[in-house]
Design a protein around this ligand. Sequence first.
Ligand SMILES: *[C@@H]1O[C@H](CO)[C@@H](O)[C@H](O)[C@H]1NC(C)=O
Ligand SMILES: *[C@@H]1O[C@H](CO)[C@@H](O)[C@H](O)[C@H]1NC(C)=O
Ligand SMILES: *[C@@H]1O[C@H](CO)[C@@H](O)[C@H](O)[C@H]1NC(C)=O
Ligand SMILES: *[C@@H]1O[C@H](CO)[C@@H](O)[C@H](O)[C@H]1NC(C)=O
Ligand SMILES: *[C@@H]1O[C@H](CO)[C@@H](O)[C@H](O)[C@H]1NC(C)=O
Ligand SMILES: *[C@@H]1O[C@H](CO)[C@@H](O)[C@H](O)[C@H]1NC(C)=O
Ligand SMILES: *[C@@H]1O[C@H](CO)[C@@H](O)[C@H](O)[C@H]1NC(C)=O
Ligand SMILES: *[C@@H]1O[C@H](CO)[C@@H](O)[C@H](O)[C@H]1NC(C)=O
Ligand SMILES: *[C@@H]1O[C@H](CO)[C@@H](O)[C@H](O)[C@H]1NC(C)=O
Ligand SMILES: *[C@@H]1O[C@H](CO)[C@@H](O)[C@H](O)[C@H]1NC(C)=O
Ligand SMILES: *[C@@H]1O[C@H](CO)[C@@H](O)[C@H](O)[C@H]1NC(C)=O
Ligand SMILES: CC(=O)N[C@H]1CO[C@H](CO)[C@@H](O)[C@@H]1O
Length: 533
Amino acid sequence: MEPRSRSLYLRVPFLFHSLVPSALSVAAATAPTLTQADQQRFHDRLWQTNLRGPRWTGNDNQNTLTSLVSQSMQFAGLDVQILNYTIDRWDPQWWSLSLALKNGTVVGLPTTGYWPYSGDSGVAGVTAPIHDAGTFSVSDVTEKAVNSSLNLQNLPANGSVLFFDNPSPTHNYSLPGYKLLGTSRDIDAVTEIPEIGNLTNPHWQSAKTLDFTSLKTLGVSAVIASWVNTSDDDAALQFLPNDGAPGNGSIHYDVPSLYVGNSTGELIRGLVASGEVDNATVVLNAPSYEVSSHTVISHLSGTAGTNDTIIVYTHSDGPSIIEENGPILLLTMAEALVRQRPSINIDFVITTGHMSGGHLNESNWMASRPDLLANAKAAVVCEHFGAIEWKDDFSTGIPVYQPTGRLEPMWTMANDSSASDFLHELYIDAFNGTSDSLRMAMVSPQVVDGTKSTWYGAGGSSILGYSNIPTVGIIPQPDYLWASMVDGGWSRLNISEAIEQIHSCTFNYYLTIASLCFDDRHILQGTSSIPCS
Ligand SMILES: *[C@@H]1O[C@H](CO)[C@@H](O)[C@H](O)[C@H]1NC(C)=O
Ligand SMILES: *[C@@H]1O[C@H](CO)[C@@H](O)[C@H](O)[C@H]1NC(C)=O
Ligand SMILES: *[C@@H]1O[C@H](CO)[C@@H](O)[C@H](O)[C@H]1NC(C)=O
Ligand SMILES: *[C@@H]1O[C@H](CO)[C@@H](O)[C@H](O)[C@H]1NC(C)=O
Ligand SMILES: *[C@@H]1O[C@H](CO)[C@@H](O)[C@H](O)[C@H]1NC(C)=O
Ligand SMILES: *[C@@H]1O[C@H](CO)[C@@H](O)[C@H](O)[C@H]1NC(C)=O
Ligand SMILES: *[C@@H]1O[C@H](CO)[C@@H](O)[C@H](O)[C@H]1NC(C)=O
Ligand SMILES: *[C@@H]1O[C@H](CO)[C@@H](O)[C@H](O)[C@H]1NC(C)=O
Ligand SMILES: *[C@@H]1O[C@H](CO)[C@@H](O)[C@H](O)[C@H]1NC(C)=O
Ligand SMILES: *[C@@H]1O[C@H](CO)[C@@H](O)[C@H](O)[C@H]1NC(C)=O
Ligand SMILES: *[C@@H]1O[C@H](CO)[C@@H](O)[C@H](O)[C@H]1NC(C)=O
Ligand SMILES: CC(=O)N[C@H]1CO[C@H](CO)[C@@H](O)[C@@H]1O
């Protein structure tokens, strides 16, 4: 779609009609647009980045991406700082599963992947009898996994491979834990974005943790977890849960663990129940070694010459060209904004550590650069643009993973405070005139029974989200977000959609904030939402 270049007319709260009778509409500077050359280069960079393989935290491909982006930010004229870290990287290389039956047959079984950070068996693997521990359960109330349902009684005395079902929680953004603040073009969320009531996603597996240390003391030497109610294709190579052993990553759990699909799980359960299995061999060759990884901070000076800033934030590590297209999005935005500088400054922050299992804190930049938060009048988190929706289709009774024919909803997390309300309204307005296919729902985590619901997104974004800086976290959450895919996710990427997203909710929104800060600062000071200097 051809980007719009038009003035933005703001909904000015009733209160201000009397204060600024002539300012019912605020003409923002015309938002920049990506030229054909920008769009071609955007495509080329995404394609070539994808070609180099996944960007796991601290691997060569992530370091290549952050290096190219930081060089290009500098070339575009931004001030660039690089924060350097070293971590121990866990590198899963080969994994496989076999059962030795009592009748002498060895059966090789397909896996869907590994449990990240669970251990390193070496190429020989770990062999022990299987104990069927039943299933994890999922609490209807908290939507979280509960491990007390696992049967850890009567484990084999000389060690075991633990087997269990691993159901995935779902999320319901229509429950009181979340408040719907608005949708793109005021579309009806219940009919147009039905996912809002039952957001299924393998990625909620991250809500599940297993105490490998206590399992080890019970003699458990390996784990086989079986997906439940998820197709093998959807389950394939999900890097979940993202929860490593405590510490900096130099010490890992010592319980190598694999996932199998539901049909393989059923086969294992049947063979164990009929007493046919002597033992299982779990191979997960996954050494660890020290690597470096970098966070890139780029500053674009606005024309007003003040310290007032918008933080635009993303992460640079991940398995697919959807999960971490943020660095290329931010670079593309920066290059267009250099040509048409806004009055306000923009700090582009591209962090590392998102996929590190908690071993590298992705909000470390906040401690290194407290001035960034101090100057911020607003924050925007940009991730996962251009995502095509794929879901398991249950219409035949068994899940079949396929495209739904729609784009993934653009879930936007926002903080809910009177100070933020006005900016959130401007964000929603920035979608006026967008394509029908672009389905945005802005939801705000609420406090229920004293507990604040989770702000999903890159870790640092939840800190921004719970701060008093008006923050929007744009985070579509497709099923394949944390999955390695043979094509790197290229077939799930809709580039023209990503371009429309850049034009609407980022450019329009930044420019409206800048315009309000400097061209019509009385309105903003009146709302006390972002008193710009
Ligand atoms: C967006 O649409 C809404 C509802 O139609 C309208 O109230 C608002 O003024 C529009 N905003 C912009 C910026 O065009
Ligand atoms: C950080 O790493 C970059 C890239 O490897 C390097 O150019 C730079 O000198 C390092 N900075 C510091 C302070 O070590
Ligand atoms: C991680 O911690 C261990 C133990 O404290 C230490 O020996 C190692 O140098 C640390 N590694 C990194 C990358 O900081
Ligand atoms: C061993 O048992 C498996 C599973 O029941 C069976 O498929 C296989 O044919 C048996 N092999 C022999 C040699 O009996
Ligand atoms: C456990 O190991 C001990 C020592 O290796 C052995 O004597 C015993 O038979 C084993 N028990 C079982 C149930 O395999
Ligand atoms: C999600 O919550 C809403 C509001 O309570 C409810 O109407 C809807 O049925 C729930 N969805 C599911 C799948 O339970
Ligand atoms: C089960 O969960 C509880 C609470 O989250 C935790 O303390 C315990 O260690 C877990 N047990 C296992 C075996 O993972
Ligand atoms: C399986 O998932 C589908 C779609 O998310 C859901 O409607 C159904 O209730 C689930 N079934 C079970 C047994 O969990
Ligand atoms: C396979 O899925 C079914 C239905 O979702 C579930 O009842 C069963 O426990 C699962 N089996 C395993 C081994 O996970
Ligand atoms: C596993 O079972 C096979 C088949 O019964 C047996 O030959 C082998 O010794 C067992 N390995 C271990 C480590 O128990
Ligand atoms: C702007 O930032 C600079 C450097 O951090 C600081 O010295 C100055 O006081 C700030 N100006 C205002 C108006 O806050
Ligand atoms: C019960 C319910 O809300 N079902 C909805 C779950 O989400 C899908 C879309 O992913 C809708 O089609 C269902 O109606």
